[in-house]
Design a protein around this ligand. Structure first.
Ligand SMILES: Cc1cc2nc3c(=O)[nH]c(=O)nc-3n(C[C@H](O)[C@H](O)[C@H](O)COP(=O)(O)O)c2cc1C
Length: 198
């Protein structure tokens, strides 16, 4: 079956096609802040763009009433966010935190998600997360239409919990991440070490 994406009615269908075929997708658990309110939301249109300069991308849409999601609003206003990686044990809390609350309501308080301030000038990290990226807004990408805004974020510092560093000298890191598959989730299965390329 061939799907023509030029049809305006097909946005929902396009999401279904892409979300079930670009898999598995990593999840950015994004923490932002505005006037003392800590906002938390997951984003699976998330990808590492470059290690030099360290950069990631998240694509953030709008609420059903057409206003920008709080994450987009807060990043535009304060130019900062903290991205937390999601471990298996946090799957439920991460999923719940996708609920759209009023701008002055915090998902951290509503869902009892513990956060800790690690760096004064950045939003807090989620206490249970193994890895956090402290990011500054770099640029928005104009896709020439639609309501989703890709944001390029410059990664300024990365925090890795000591417990997940398995070899300090070789800088080996191991934790149990959650991936997005369509509207479901998956855990990683077997890890395969590639053969040496002659
Ligand atoms: C696992 C998961 C991944 C999601 N990925 C995205 C995404 O990539 N882009 C997006 O706009 N919304 C995504 N959402 C929906 C947002 O999390 C949701 O709209 C949230 O309410 C936004 O919160 P905010 O208004 O506090 O920013 C995702 C939801 C879940 C559960």
């Amino acid at each position: 079956m061939l799907f023509d994406l030029s049809n305006d009615k097909s946005v929902n269908e396009t999401y279904k096609l892409m979300a079930q075929t670009i898999i598995p997708r990593p999840i950015a658990w994004v923490v932002t802040e505005d006037e003392g309110v800590v906002n938390i939301a997951p984003f699976s249109y998330f990808i590492g763009l470059s290690s030099d300069p360290a950069s990631v991308l998240i694509s953030v849409g709008h609420k059903s009433d057409g206003t920008p999601k709080d994450t987009l609003l807060n990043i535009r206003k304060h130019q900062k966010c903290t991205i937390c990686m999601v471990e298996e044990k946090d799957l439920e809390k991460m999923h719940l935190s996708s609920k759209s609350l009023e701008h002055d309501e915090s998902e951290a308080a509503f869902f009892d998600i513990e956060t800790v301030y690690m760096k004064e000038e950045f939003p807090p990290v989620i206490a249970s997360t193994p890895v956090s990226y402290f990011c500054e807004f770099n640029q928005e990408i104009d896709l020439g239409g639609g309501t989703t805004i890709p944001l390029v974020l410059s990664v300024k510092e990365i925090y890795v919990k000591d417990e997940v560093i398995t070899d300090k000298e070789k800088l080996l890191i191991s934790f149990a991440p959650v991936a997005r598959i369509g509207k479901s989730y998956a855990f990683l299965g077997e890890e395969i070490v590639p053969p040496v390329i002659p």
